[in-house]
Design a protein around this ligand. Structure first.
Ligand code: ADP
Ligand code: MG
Length: 323
């Protein structure tokens, strides 16, 4: 199979279902019709073997995750996802790998009515880059810089499962096999909180998705909004599996474990009832975990003597890779 046969077979064959895609895969560039009076939200992410995922990770889960991480960024902006560009670097043309990758990738893209409109395919170390575009009415975007003292802080879902699953797969932690089966999908096939992001458009004052750990990512909101926060550790949403660990370990995973792809957002007290209404129809849990303060810094309350040892993941600071 040649490079062009690969593109035709695996990517171009996929039908175009969007009327705003004027010209899709097959020319030098895609031609897209942006919606009137909306901003484009644009984001990109790269997953590199050995850096972002373990060698030998199932291709179907990689197809899902490579798209999910970018969808999570659009969710955190409150944007409606629309178009994807996909850059693949592959060591060889492995058709069974490609088929499985496409299964994971297109089943997620179809469920959000996303259209793959172009990309690039080269030979090299296994690496997957997704570039996503979404739409958002001007003034409705969920930014990091809007949190105000007195706002409540929330997170969707629960925290720390992905980091625990990774630690188990690397042999750095051990939990019962049945528990690992439950939390492994939280690492490999995270659910981007797109519906929550859209529901929060008129409600949240700030939002971010948690990819590097709650403490680090909430820290971005605090810094960009020029505020501080107090979290109640007892309110952190932990899965049963995390609750079974020592309390200290559970809190550390929830605060500094990466790859959760949950949303952290702030809401003023006046909008709490709107928030409750907005989540009613969604199959997404959320939990109030603290409050924004005028005084800078992140205070961790509720448990005597707890101090956070490791804030979160940074590719250039501590471990050179996140694995
Ligand atoms: P060019 O050399 O002009 O950049 P390419 O030969 O790289 O074009 O690609 C041909 C067409 O296939 C383009 O429309 C490009 O967007 C698309 N394409 C290439 N690789 C991928 C991929 N992995 N996924 C989706 N579309 C792709
Ligand atoms: Mg060209």
């Amino acid at each position: 199979m040649t490079e062009f046969e690969l593109i035709t077979h695996y990517f171009q064959a996929h039908p175009n279902t969007r009327s705003d895609v004027i010209l899709s895969i097959g020319d030098d560039a895609a031609l897209l019709l942006p919606p009137a009076n909306q901003l484009l939200a644009v984001t990109t992410d790269t997953l590199i073997e050995g850096v972002h995922f373990l060698p030998g990770t199932a291709p179907q889960t990689l197809g899902h995750k490579s798209l999910a991480v970018s969808l999570s960024d659009l969710a955190a902006m409150g944007a409606e996802p629309a178009w994807i560009v996909l850059s693949l670097s592959l060591p060889t043309i492995d058709e069974s790998w490609l088929s499985a990758f496409c299964e994971g990738f297109f089943s997620l893209s179809n469920s959000y009515h996303l259209q793959l409109v172009g990309g690039n395919t080269t030979r090299g170390q296994l690496s997957i880059s997704t570039h996503l575009t979404g739409f958002i009415p001007a003034g409705k975007a969920l930014r990091r810089d809007g949190a105000k003292p007195g706002d409540f802080i929330y997170v969707t879902g629960c925290l720390g499962d992905a980091a625990l699953a990774l630690a188990c797969l690397q042999g750095k932690a051990a939990i019962p096999a049945a528990d690992l089966t439950i939390i492994k999908p939280r690492l490999e096939t995270p659910t981007p909180r797109v519906a929550a992001g859209l529901a929060l458009r008129d409600i949240a004052t700030a939002a971010i998705d948690i990819s590097d750990g709650l403490a680090a990512d909430l820290g971005h909101i605090l810094q960009q909004s020029n505020v501080g926060a107090a979290l109640n550790l007892r309110d952190l949403p932990l899965s049963k599996t995390l609750q079974n660990l020592s309390q200290d370990r559970g809190f550390h995973l929830a605060l500094s474990g990466g790859d959760d792809y949950e949303l952290c957002f702030t809401v003023s007290p006046e909008k709490v009832s709107l928030l409750e209404g907005a989540f009613l129809g969604l199959d997404i849990t959320y939990q109030k975990i603290g409050v924004i303060k005028q005084e800078r810094g992140l205070k961790l309350e509720g448990v005597e003597g707890f101090t956070l040892k490791n804030e979160g993941h940074d590719h250039f600071l501590k471990n050179k890779t996140c694995l």
